[in-house]
Write a protein that binds this ligand. Sequence first.
Ligand code: BG6
Length: 489
Amino acid sequence: VPVDPFDLVIFGGTGDLAERKLLPALYHRDRDEQFSVDSLIIGVSRSEISDDEYVTWVHETLTKQFAPNEVDPDVWTRFSARLRHQCLDLKSADGWADLDAKFDPEHERVRVFYLATASSLFGPVAQQLHDADMVDARSRIVLEKPVGQDYPSACAVNDAVGAVFEESQIYRIDHYLGKETVQNLLALRFGNSLFEPLWERGAVEHVQITVAEDLGAGNRFEFYERTGALRDMVQNHMLQLLCLVAMEPPASMHHDDIRNEKIKVLRALKPITRASVDDVTVRGRYTAGIIDDTPVPGYEKEGRDAGVPSDEHDAETFVAIKAEIDNWRWNGTPFYLRTGKRLPRKMSQIVFQFKAVPHSIFGDQSLEPNRLVMSLQPEEGVQLTLMTKEPGPGGFRMRSLPLNLHFSDAFAVNYPDAYERLLMEVLRGNPALFMRRDEIETAWQWIDRIIDNWHAEQIQPEEYMAGSWGPTKSFMLVDRDRRRWFNPA
Ligand code: BG6
């Protein structure tokens, strides 16, 4: 069903996110006839280009994203007719009336302001929109992650945006929440009676959440150096995954029912103290190595190429954390989190390791405890390992075998990209897949403490070779607890 007519403004309209994600996502939704005829998409940037020049640039960038022949001429005619461009310096008060003049003059439709910019601009832009009288009850504002750099700056951003927009009008993006398989987590947990009774400390020995990437910091070096893996990936994506797997069953799919349960998990996270930080966290940074038979440079060299001398490098490109949730359900069951760049492959998975059987009736044969693996990407599916008997007459030989569910085998559909889903949810006015103010701020409080303690204890990133699964200390983190990371073969 097409959404109601809208005016969508993308601040950062020629930026990296618009180019790689937002414009392709909008094109796809238009191709699938989800937009009404007269909806508008207005790119805002500092470039002094006309509407026509913007249209040409968008065409080039879409052609670059897809294959040249994938931009369908009919869809393009429809899509390009929606595109406008406005040159604005977001820090200046000039030019906002020109932006206003691009909209539907009746001011009668949903206006969405998508801020694909640094979060330091979120407050000032909200204020300019207010001063130019461009905000009303039907307006919505979308904030890209990261919201702030720490708890105080996140509060300041939230206060500034909140002074203009109601909380119900603010959509804070974490694109992991738009991923099909992340949503499938809810289906798996709450659509089956099988797992829920086992989803607790008595049955689950430990949980692992891994988000691995093969790419490096690359051309985002400066952003990355200011941010590091803990802020870039753990504060948002990984903690959101943790919340979804660890939360209590919400009463319904209503956005606040789910968000109320997620925030309880964040509040129950055991603080990482100065005394424990060296034992329960690992920082790493990649050196040159080989991935997929191709040599790749180290972080230091990428920094030098970007003009940032190595003695100024501070960011970690890998983090592992032993997190604990101090509540009734999870007390004593650790959640190991691990994320890094330049690991052997792109792979995200959540592993539930169940407890071993209390007594083996099979003599001294080792029995592997059951494991539930939820793969988020690149392959999406669920695997459950079970102990079985090897066929044949030669006695009772036990073997662990996987029970596999590959979503691509079961459903022959193309999953929309996370941004396609999230943009549609904004246009429809459904905030369930977005983060509420308290979630962001509580997550920052937990993260800030780790960063403060890293500084207090002078914990520097430990080197790991690109193409390996991270620094030695990461293996020791689990080994000390007589556990091991589950890496795909
Ligand atoms: C972004 C981070 O939020 O997520 C990037 O800023 C990271 O550093 C990306 O590469 C990973 O997203 P995905 O969807 O490719 O797993």
